[in-house]
Design a protein around this ligand. Structure first.
Ligand code: ATP
Length: 770
């Protein structure tokens, strides 16, 4: 079959016999194939490096590889943003290895967001240089949470190329920089792989860790070049530049070859017998549709990877696919497997091997396989549920496509407004550039602790403070006595442990430890505010895909105790909030509509949680008694006059339901314009807000000081509201369901919600704002 027709024909066999009017297929597009564009090896590449690649069958670089490598070699910070499996590793390895071959004393850092990816990249470098005398001294080593202390010490003393992550850079390297003096003094390159992962609060922390690392290297006399890599980051130069605080050039034209790829959108139909909250209709789950497609594709001989969002979903998908095959093609049952996080590197290798050799035909996986696994060139990828960002979607989709052959990607919608919108408006996914990675390293709640670290590393000078844009934060810390001003600059006060106090993945604020009480294993940490919404007693808590149930949340001791259990339901916290406006940063008025970017104080209280069966059915709502929590953060808000609402056909008694439904849907849709999901943000709507005296809707960041999501909502207000309107109006339910206006975390039991009048309101707001 022809490349371009591969996906179409595969799908038409899968859908054979399904009448058109009930077909779950909402859209299909073909992305054309592309031929490779090679260049000669740049003249500066050391012959030993070139030979190492040629011996591995990489006879010539693709154009983007030599372009990016040459820019880095010339001393420019560069971000290479080309597709999955486009050989970004070679692009950074060329300059780094050439420098090592020419100057054996030089050093480099490689950073990845996950340990698994770091391990993979280390392995591939080690294989590449094995047995080559030019690199005998290099001793590339990992330095992360899994490295034992003896090996760490050895690595610090002998390794020239350290593979680590931002967490370890924070806690184990910058904090003890005098011991790393020799390493920092000769630091030539810092590779920041998969740099689109550094977003939100984690991204802001990572940015400050990187900027502090550069500062330390410079204090020791080095001037490292940063090479960023990502298959999917919008405006790569700006994204990396925000991370490192310096100018960056980008290389984005992908010259690697790929075959034609069909992308299909799939919306599961409604279940006949089951109804959800307030009798809303329930769709077939994305997971069960995925299992069916996985089985069908495998029967057709297509090597298929199926991305499912939770580990539990992964296992269920694999089991269901096997059940289907057991009835139709039992010989194929052993050729399906489940894959999830927590597997050891060896298991991953075996799995990669089994897929590339064709022993396995179908694998269901969490996004653990999104990064750090060299599996590409598959025939089909099924994405069960929008993975949250366009960037992740393309990371997953990019696994499909063998050179010179056709492939298919199917994205299945979950019961969620954003998923619904995307399968009906595929342009918003397929023709949209990936979202801006939102980071805000100047958030005072993030910046403050890092200024203490920076001052502990070397006294902060006026220039340093200006470079970090930290004038106010430093003044506040000085007033609090945590920074001391002396002649040479600001010092951290005695007795502080600023490096240990920062948990770069854990949000901001007091920490709660989540512990498996049956084994005393520490599962993770979470800040107090999030603890109340994620680890309340009764919560089902997933840790790297393993399922636990929380027995007790003790906020006084900062402890949540859990036991391993996989119940047949999921839980979601329901919270009520109150919002007070503290400051207005910017405001736009359009007659009866005013839209503003504001600082707010939010008072939240988790009032209970909802238990939902895996089929989608609501089991019950369990009340909880948790304290109120206040959060000072950023919000985007709009007010609209009652008269204009009434003129638009929304009667006074419909105000609360219309505003509430419009707010829920807008929260679900913010992910379209900002890299967040609904658990990163919150909202409030009211027919009369005391601070404005008008009907008002707020959407706020769920992090102290804000994370940049609400600000994006303010900037992209027109697109966001227009898409929210379309998502709600195109949902085929009659009076509201989880695919449009119901929210899983609503503290008011999704009451009142008025879909019909929400559409009128959204249309009015959109029209006034246009
Ligand atoms: N110039 C080249 N010619 C032929 N094959 C190449 C070339 N460069 C890289 N490859 C091959 O392409 C594959 C993908 O390379 P690599 O893993 O570096 O891609 P990547 O862009 O880092 O992928 P990902 O987005 O998954 O991180 C590897 O198997 C590699 O050997």
């Amino acid at each position: 079959m022809g490349q371009a027709n591969y996906g179409r024909e595969l799908l038409s066999r899968t859908l054979a016999g399904v009448p058109e009017e009930t077909s779950p297929l909402t859209h299909m597009a073909v992305i054309d194939s592309r031929l490779a564009e090679f260049t000669d090896w740049p003249a500066w590449v050391h012959p030993a490096v070139r030979d190492a690649f040629v011996e591995r069958g990489l006879t010539k670089p693709w154009r983007h590889q030599s372009d990016a490598a040459t820019l880095a070699h010339e001393g420019r910070h560069v971000c290479i943003c080309t597709g999955t499996a486009s050989g970004k590793s070679l692009a950074y390895q060329l300059p780094v290895l050439t420098t090592f071959a020419e100057d054996p004393a030089s050093t480099a850092l490689y950073l990845s967001p996950t340990k698994a990816l770091g391990t993979d990249q280390l392995r591939s470098v080690a294989q590449l240089i094995a047995g080559r005398p030019e690199f005998m001294h290099l001793a590339p080593s990992s330095y992360d949470g899994d490295t034992d202390s003896e090996l760490r010490q050895w690595a610090r003393m002998h390794s020239r190329w350290i593979f680590t992550n931002p967490d370890m850079l924070q806690i184990g390297i910058t904090s003890t920089h005098p011991r790393w003096r020799a390493f920092f003094a000769r630091l030539k390159y810092i590779v920041v792989d998969e740099c689109h992962h550094y977003r939100g609060v984690f991204g802001s922390h990572t940015a400050l860790v990187l900027q502090r690392t550069l500062r330390i290297a410079r204090k020791y006399g080095a001037d490292p070049v940063v090479i960023g890599a990502s298959a999917t980051v919008s405006n790569p130069a700006q994204a990396l530049s925000r991370l490192i605080g310096e100018d960056v050039v980008a290389v984005t034209e992908d010259a690697s070859p790929h075959g034609a790829r069909t992308v299909a959108m799939w919306e599961p139909g409604f279940l006949d017998e089951v109804t959800g909250e307030n009798d809303a209709p329930v769709r077939r789950s994305a997971g069960s549709e995925a299992a069916r497609l996985l089985a069908d594709f495998v029967i057709e001989g297509a090597r298929t990877l199926c991305f499912v969002r939770s580990r539990r979903g992964v296992e269920i998908t694999a089991v269901r696919a096997k059940q289907i095959l057991a009835e139709t093609a039992p010989e194929l049952v052993p050729r399906i497997a489940a894959y999830r996080a927590g597997y050891l590197a060896d298991d991953r290798r075996k799995l990669e091997h089994a897929i590339s050799e064709g022993e396995l035909l179908g694998v269901a996986t969490t996004n653990a396989l999104e990064l750090g696994v060299d599996i590409s060139g598959l025939d089909a990828v099924v994405v069960a549920g929008y993975p949250g960002t366009v960037a992740s979607f393309w990371q997953q989709a990019g696994r499909a496509g063998r050179r010179g052959e056709g492939s298919i990607v199917v994205m299945i919608a979950r019961d969620d407004p954003l998923d619904t919108y995307l399968v009906h408006h595929p342009d918003a996914l397929l023709n949209r550039s990936v979202e801006a990675t939102v980071t805000d390293p100047t958030n005072p709640y993030v910046l403050g602790p890092h200024m203490l670290c920076a001052a502990a590393e070397f006294p902060l000078t006026e220039d340093d403070v200006a470079m970090f844009h930290a004038e106010q934060v430093v003044a506040d810390l000085t007033a609090e006595g945590r920074l001391k001003r002396r002649k040479a600059g600001w010092y951290a006060a005695a007795g502080l442990d600023p490096h240990g106090d920062i948990d770069i993945r854990g949000g901001i604020g007091g920490q709660v430890l989540i512990v498996d009480a049956t084994s005393s294993r520490l599962l993770g940490t979470v800040d107090t505010a999030r603890a109340m919404t994620s680890v309340y007693s009764g919560a089902v808590y997933l840790h790297q895909g393993e399922s636990f149930v929380i027995d007790e949340l003790d906020l006084d001791d900062g402890l949540a105790l859990a036991h391993p259990e996989e119940p047949d339901w999921t839980t979601s916290a329901r919270e009520v909030s109150d919002v007070t406006i503290i400051e207005t940063h910017d405001r736009r008025s359009f007659g009866p509509l005013t839209v503003a970017s504001v600082s707010v104080e939010v008072t939240n209280q988790v009032v209970g949680y909802l238990r939902k069966a895996l089929s989608g059915e609501i089991l019950d709502s369990v009340p909880l008694d948790l304290p109120e929590h206040t959060l000072t953060t950023r919000a985007v808000m709009y007010t609209i006059t009652p008269e204009s609402m009434i003129d638009a056909g929304i009667a006074l008694d419909k105000f609360p339901g219309a505003l509430h439904a419009a707010e829920h849907a807008a929260i679900g849709m913010l992910g379209l314009v900002a890299t967040c999901d609904r658990w990163d943000i919150g909202g409030l709507s009211t027919a009369l807000h005391p601070g404005t005296g008008l009907p008002t809707v707020f959407v706020y960041d769920g992090y102290p000081g804000g994370a940049g999501f609400a600000d994006r909502g303010y900037e992209a207000f027109t697109d966001w509201i227009a898409a929210t309107d379309v998502a709600v109006s195109s949902c085929t339910c009659t009076s509201g369901c989880p695919s449009c206006v119901q929210s899983p975390k609503c503290g008011n039991g999704n009451e009142p919600l008025d879909k019909e009048h929400a559409i009128k309101l959204l249309r009015l707001v959109g029209r006034l704002h246009a």
